[in-house]
Ligand binder design. Sequence first.
Ligand code: G3P
Length: 217
Amino acid sequence: MKFFIDTANLAQIKEAQALGVLDGVTTNPSLMAKEGIRGDEAVKKHYVDICNLVPGGDISAEVISTDFDGMVREGEALAALHPQIVVKIPMIKDGVKALKYFSERGIKTNCTLVFSAGQALLAAKAGATYVSPFIGRLDDVSYDGVQLIEQIVHIYDNYGYKTEVLAASIRHAMHIIRCAEVGADVATCPLSAITDLLKHPLTDIGLAKFLADAKGQ
Ligand code: G3P
């Protein structure tokens, strides 16, 4: 399972990278705004900074156009910034066309704002590199987000689609475990969900005992 971090915060990206388990980064316009990154040039520079922090990782950069021509223009400019950029495209009609356009040109894509198996099927048929079902937001409205991941994994397996299932909108460590159980290819997580995987009281108790015994106490 690949681990991506879902943030535009450089300090958190550095921390996850230092842990040695990071495979990429996802961002979105809300995460950029949260870091105070605004304006075309500042946003582009920030994407390049993120790419340089995670060598070889896939870094999702989202278009904000909603028409085909705009998405293509923006996506091509984003892809030209750095070889690690993955163009993030919303699951709308023109987005499906843009996914196909980029897929035919060998440019990686991440289809975002996916909330149903039908949307995921369209993304795969259009050749998306990644599909991003938002599991936390589904849980928020009483739908089972992990069940959707399981359904998409099953459908993709039926037909051998190469599109990778990227579980997004992850809120906590248990989401990561459940997504791993049902076969998500990637989890994009807040840093806290990744570091919470470390935690177990028996580890802390056991280590304290080992250290005490080593000192002969
Ligand atoms: O990047 C997309 C997704 O992970 C957003 O998560 O927490 O805003 O639902 P959230």
